[in-house]
Design a protein around this ligand. Structure first.
Ligand code: IPM
Ligand code: MN
Length: 358
């Protein structure tokens, strides 16, 4: 049976990088039905909505979604519900993509790219498991209202709501514990339990779920300390599990530790392993259309797609080995280029990965 794959390139460099990733995906010889649709600002331009119904339908009916990136400063003045970012938030919510896996790996060939000392980061391999459909991102009520009492009575007030249901915490806990079981068996849950009720509840559930995974060592850390430890001794972490907002912040920090955010893929999964796969970086409108962006994060996202949604671990490994091979050959896009290596364009990098596929 052929697998339906939705390709949503989006804005900025999204088009160029997904083009290369689709070349790699379709070269594997699998039986795939690959269909594209506009999303983000591109969809707003064509259909006056960042997530048009046809795009959402395609995504819903696909085994997996390959997503480029969305956003461009030219949409900054649109009302919030029409901004490109609403496309990715809408897809996460509509498809129930609650489990966001963001690996931060330092490729040995790129050890000099990090802003941290090589001994602090060499061999870095951590996985952030971010809850993606709850927390203050989606909590209701939210908005602007009039303060009813207290020192700011009568004043206008912006507000959002943070909450986590037990089901939401339990299911992300299971994903994180199971990921840790396949790795170094260490799980650090990050929260702000010294201040927030939501976080204390989160921590209690994590401890309860831990009873089902006696082989995994669970620890807890406040988010401010976690932000510090990530730059002080990042290799002390194996898997980090955290809520939507803290995970947003910490995953950017972790990605930058590797110095090559252009290399890092991500997966967002629901309970039926339907997934959305995207590079960890954004749409970089400043370099769009120049054929200089790094397509490797998107190509590696295809590997995650194969592993998690199509159950094709062997094909995923083929892509990952090909990426290792092009790095070994010294090929680098501008973002990771250093002296002694060969600078290549987006499409040349795609060519090289295709050639390195065994
Ligand atoms: C991310 C992005 C999104 C988020 C934005 C674009 C809504 O920063 O995927 O991390 O905050 O989740
Ligand atoms: Mn983010």
């Amino acid at each position: 049976m052929s697998h339906k794959i939705a390709v949503l390139p989006g804005d900025g460099i999204g088009t160029e990088i997904t083009e290369q990733a689709v070349r790699v995906l379709t070269a594997l010889g699998l039986d795939l039905d690959v269909q594209s649709a506009p999303v983000g600002g591109a969809a707003f331009d064509a259909h006056e909505h960042p997530l048009p119904p046809a795009t959402l339908d395609l995504a819903r009916n696909s085994a997996a979604i390959l997503f480029g990136a969305v956003g461009d400063w030219k949409y900054d003045s649109l009302p919030r519900e029409l901004r490109p970012e609403q496309a990715i938030l809408g897809l996460r919510k509509a498809l129930g993509l609650f489990a966001n896996l963001r690996p931060a790996i330092l490729y040995p060939q790129l050890a000099n790219a990090s802003s941290l000392k090589p001994e602090v980061v060499s061999g870095l391999d951590i996985l952030i498991v971010r809850e993606l459909t709850g927390d203050i991102y989606f909590g209701q009520p939210r908005g602007v209202r009039q303060v009813e009492d207290g020192p700011y009575k009568g004043d206008r007030q912006g507000f959002d709501t943070m909450h986590y249901a037990e089901t939401e915490v339990r299911r992300i806990a299971h994903v994180a514990f199971q990921a840790a079981q396949k790795r170094a068996k260490k799980l650090c849950s990050v929260d702000k339990a010294n201040v927030l009720e939501t976080s204390q509840f989160w921590r209690d559930i994590m401890i309860a779920v831990a009873a089902e995974y006696p082989d995994v060592e669970l620890s807890h850390m406040y988010v401010d300390n976690a932000a510090m430890q990530l730059v002080r001794a990042p290799k002390a972490f194996d898997v980090i599990v955290t809520g939507n907002l803290f995970g947003d912040i910490l995953s950017d920090e972790a990605a930058m530790l590797t110095g090559s955010i252009g290399m890092l893929p991500s997966a967002s999964l629901n309970s039926s392993n339907q997934g959305l796969y995207e590079p960890s970086h954004g749409s970089a409108p400043d370099i769009a259309g120049q054929n200089i962006a790094n397509p490797l994060a998107t190509i590696l996202s295809v590997a995650m797609l194969l592993r998690y949604s199509l159950n094709e671990a062997g094909q995923a490994a083929r892509i990952e080995s090909a990426v290792q091979a092009v790095l070994e050959q010294g090929l680098r896009t501008a973002d990771i280029h250093e002296s002694g290596t060969t600078k290549v364009s987006t499409s040349q990098m795609g060519d090289a990965v295709l050639k390195a596929l065994n």
